[in-house]
Design a protein around this ligand. Structure first.
Ligand code: ARG
Length: 235
């Protein structure tokens, strides 16, 4: 049948990168987390309909958005100038610092980035954590290129840390805290970056951007934001 006034125009597909608890993870085969509940609540406030969630590795999200496989990224993605060269963001909806995770009981207790000198470090490919490894550790001469392991997913980095294959992981602090609760790892120290998470959209998708911003504000003003935070952070 003809689909003249195209409701499909208002249907959006979201992309995320699970393995980043409590923002997005798979539990009993189901995609759950703060970002899932938050985006669904936000879109609920708009004329758009969220029809599907697709899962990607983190560093494939921006290409998937640019190739129109997805319409919005909800993946604890930090708003950065570099990313703003290729995509646009909603207003911020969460702020976070980075943390340095070590294996519990391994006897390695760094208190600053300088203390990571000569150690084996891991982070997820394409993240701001990886940016810190490059800018603050490799470029500063604290570690060599091949002291760094880039992982598709932080879950694999945690496994290597628990096995003693690497000494430390740079990861968003709320996620480091969460992994600390269910793995033999602990946050050694926090590295202040004051990153703001935004929803990623294509440049020029101005109507969607405006709608998401209104939705974010509405969710924040209602009790929903606190409820979702309570649910996933128990705060
Ligand atoms: N906030 C960091 C960044 O934007 C890490 C995000 C990783 N997200 C994920 N779903 N794995 O680079």
């Amino acid at each position: 049948t003809g689909n003249g006034d195209d409701t499909e125009d208002n249907q959006i597909i979201a992309g995320t990168a699970p393995g980043f608890e409590p923002f997005e993870m798979t539990r009993d085969g189901e995609l759950v987390g703060f970002d899932i509940d938050h985006l669904e609540a936000v879109v609920e406030e708009t004329d758009y309909e969220l029809v599907e969630w697709e899962e990607y590795e983190f560093d494939s999200l921006i290409p998937a958005l640019e190739n129109e496989r997805i319409d919005v990224i909800a993946a604890a993605m930090t708003i950065t100038e570099e990313r703003e060269e290729s995509i646009a963001f909603s207003d911020p909806y969460y702020s976070a610092d980075q943390s340095v995770l070590v294996e519990t009981g391994a006897g390695f207790e760094p208190e600053s980035l300088e203390d990571l000198e000569g150690s084996q470090v891991g982070a997820q490919s394409g993240t701001t954590g990886e940016g810190i490894v490059q800018d603050e550790l490799i470029d500063e001469g604290l570690i060599e290129d091949d002291d760094y392991t880039s992982y598709d997913n932080y879950v694999y980095a945690i496994q290597d840390l628990e096995r003693g294959l690497i000494d430390a992981i740079i990861i968003d602090e709320p996620v480091g805290n969460s992994f600390q609760d269910d793995h033999e790892v602990e946050v050694a120290f926090t590295y202040e970056t004051d990153e703001q998470y935004g929803l990623g959209i294509r440049q020029g998708d101005d109507d969607l951007q405006a709608a998401l911003n209104e939705g974010i504000a509405a969710v924040e003003e209602s009790s929903e934001y606190d409820e979702i935070t309570q649910e996933w952070f128990g705060e």
